[in-house]
Design a protein around this ligand. Structure first.
Ligand SMILES: NC(=O)c1ccc[n+]([C@@H]2O[C@H](COP(=O)([O-])OP(=O)(O)OC[C@H]3O[C@@H](n4cnc5c(N)ncnc54)[C@H](O)[C@@H]3O)[C@@H](O)[C@H]2O)c1
Length: 368
């Protein structure tokens, strides 16, 4: 089992990564002196494959285990679903010592974490991520929340888990589409992590795609180490350019596509497309030089993903980006070279329009 520590003073916590390690959950909870009042929050797909076995593990040390099972999908990361989950939690009459265990992908992690952050002004929670995306990214760093009024993640909190337990065995039941999503979010670490990480991820892309669990475990370890450093430096994303801000690379355009597709595009898919567009924007603006532009685009297009996006109007993407998030100007994190980014809100909409028009209409390396 591998371990990465997220250094945050009193709030520091470990991320355990390994194969078959969910069978140790009861011991890990005991080690962390976590109360015996447990609520597992999960979704229907994860419940179908993994809940009963997981619940049995938790009960082995006499824990009182309740479960809340929500429908699956991004639309559940909503104010309404949060309210319903909190209503169930209140009905369970939990004390302040209770713990919420998020068993699922990023949707469950973000929603359950936010419920934990708000119930009785904050109770403990634990992340047991079950998707590639959540294991290598979303379960770490304490960002929790819901989408609201067409805005991704606009309502939320920073609430760090007590620990994260990533068992790559869970990934065996993951649909192929969700592996691509994980790879979408993973690709950003190749750009952010520097040359060694880029080489590692680039050369192992096929094995990750085939779900070679040894390679996947190593990949998660790589990505979590990169994220750990950024989160430790800048827990609440207060930095203007450094800290955890670079983690948003590809996300300005990605979030626009995700929201405008009405979540037909999954998050990781939207990020993958966002990375492709933003890499072009960086090159067009002269920020990203040709050599690294070539390396990064080859890497981003090694994953074959060309969905039909004809149902999204180009004008709506531009309007979405022009409107910004919560009134603030849209901030772009653009690749400068492998291992470094430039953060700017000064991207001309005409550049984006031109690039998107070209991508939407060309047959070669098009977004759709
Ligand atoms: N908090 C953060 O720092 C952070 C970072 C990145 C992304 N996110 C968020 O994460 C979300 C995306 O997460 P995701 O990609 O994990 O999506 P998800 O949680 O919707 O899971 C994807 C699908 O896989 C199913 N599933 C999950 N585990 C499974 C398993 N082991 N076997 C079979 N099916 C399984 C789910 O039911 C769902 O249908 C987005 O809302 C995004 O905004 C958060």
């Amino acid at each position: 089992m591998k371990q990465v520590i997220i250094e945050l003073g009193e709030k520091s916590y470990p991320v355990y990564i390994g194969k078959g390690i969910h069978s140790k959950i009861a011991d890990v909870l005991k080690e962390h002196r976590i109360s015996n009042q447990i609520v597992i929050i999960t979704d229907r797909n994860v419940a179908k494959h993994h809940l009963s076995k997981f619940k049995k593990q938790l009960k082995t040390v006499g824990n009182v285990v309740n479960t809340i099972v929500i429908p699956a999908g991004e639309k559940q990361k909503s104010w309404q679903r949060l309210q319903a989950v909190l209503a169930e939690i209140v009905r369970l009459k939990l004390s302040r010592n209770a713990v919420i265990v998020a068993l699922g992908g990023g949707v469950v992690g973000d929603l359950a974490g936010f419920a934990a952050a708000t119930f009785r002004r904050g109770i403990a929670f634990v992340q047991v991520p079950t998707t590639l995306l959540s294991q290598l990214d979303s379960s770490v760093g304490g960002k929790v929340g819901v989408n609201f009024l067409e805005n991704k993640n606009i309502i939320g909190a920073f609430h760090q888990p007590k620990f994260v337990l990533s068992d790559v065995e869970f990934l065996k039941t993951l649909p192929k589409r969700e592996i691509i999503c994980g790879i979408g979010e993973m690709l950003k670490y190749g750009i952010l992590g520097g040359e060694d990480t880029f080489k590692f991820l680039n050369s192992n892309l096929n094995e990750i795609n085939k779900l070679n669990l040894e390679v996947v475990e190593e990949t998660i370890f790589h990505c979590v180490n990169i994220k750990a450093k950024m989160v430790s430096e800048d827990e609440k994303e207060l930095f203007k350019t450094g800290g955890r801000v670079p983690l948003n690379i590809g996300h300005a355009v990605g979030h626009a596509l995700e929201a405008l597709s009405n979540y037909r595009l999954h998050h990781g898919e939207a990020v993958l497309l966002g990375l492709r567009v933003e890499t072009d924007i960086a090159n067009e603006m002269g920020i990203l030089k040709e050599k690294d532009y070539g390396l990064i685009t080859d890497y981003l297009y090694r994953i074959k993903f060309q969905p039909d996006l004809s149902y999204i109007k180009l004008k709506n993407i531009i309007d979405y980006l022009a409107a910004g998030k919560g009134g603030a100007k849209t901030r772009f994190v653009l690749p400068k070279k492998i291992g470094s980014v430039e953060v700017t809100s000064e991207v001309s909409l005409s550049i984006i329009q031109r690039l998107l028009r070209k991508k939407f209409s060309s047959n070669n390396r098009q977004i759709p």
